[in-house]
Write a protein that binds this ligand. Sequence first.
Ligand code: CA
Ligand code: CA
Length: 324
Amino acid sequence: MKKFLLVIALVAVCAMVAQAGRTDISCSGTVTIRANNAAWVGGHGWSSGSGRTISWSASCNMCQFGPAIYGWGTNPLVEYYIGRGGGTRRGTYSTSKGTFTLYTNNCNGPNITGSGSFQQYNASGSGSSGQNMSQHNSGWNNLGRGTNMGGGYQIVAGENYGGGNGTFTASVSGANWGTVWWGSGSASISCGGGGGSTTTTSGGTTTTSGGGGSQKTITVRARGTSGQEQLRLRIDGNTIATWTLSTSMQNRTATTYNSGGINVQFTNDASGRDVQVDYLVVNGSTRQAEAQSYNTAVWQNSSCGGSYSEWMHCNGILGFGNTP
Ligand code: CA
Ligand code: CA
């Protein structure tokens, strides 16, 4: 049988997804991502990385990267890809999956802290299932690199840099979390099979089902002072949606079957970043932010934390009471 060698010129692009939206879900089953004319990156894994060994089954009909491992580390801030090259060659190292060559790029743009400079690591070698992340990080450390994998998420990802339509699925052993970022167009993420809730998202609207109880529709009206602020909607401690705010007041809506305490969390405070929350609406009932007594994020009396304010100046939580 004749064999064809397909040579793909991989262009390592920094911050390839100009972040227009991001949705995180809890999922221990199978994550499905559907892209509608979107540049996107997303997949199934963990909200906090580690040196774990990662095994999976996954497919993608439109990916320019993956399915393979993608993640973020901190100190230094690093975006990493296993199974692709591109950048400045730093040397080689070995893992149980064979020999890898590490390439790096200096990047500036959207990242897990908002926006700014970071390093991109591209580990060229086998991208297939069964990666030992501790061996990778040791290899990077021996080349004068390395990162704190616990500081960011770690997923079996697909990515499309240019924009397109299609479907990605991944089932990762032991994983409990999924995420998708998209730039142009829109992308949805859902969870099926196995434990966890089922969530679908399109264009910043999130629908979660399967958690039991009645369905609630929640709208949050908010803005950020810089346009980089990230706000999470949480119910009973579970993240239902993650939004990047704009500098003008906008309504963001999520639908969920989860029950418990409702709060919004400001997660990436930095110089020049503050969040103003006008109100939250649950099933048509409006709860003004300035009427809420629990706000750990407002700056009052020379410290973070107070009450009865629309403002979140610090990382923290504004509580809106319980679901109806
Ligand atoms: Ca208000
Ligand atoms: Ca601030």
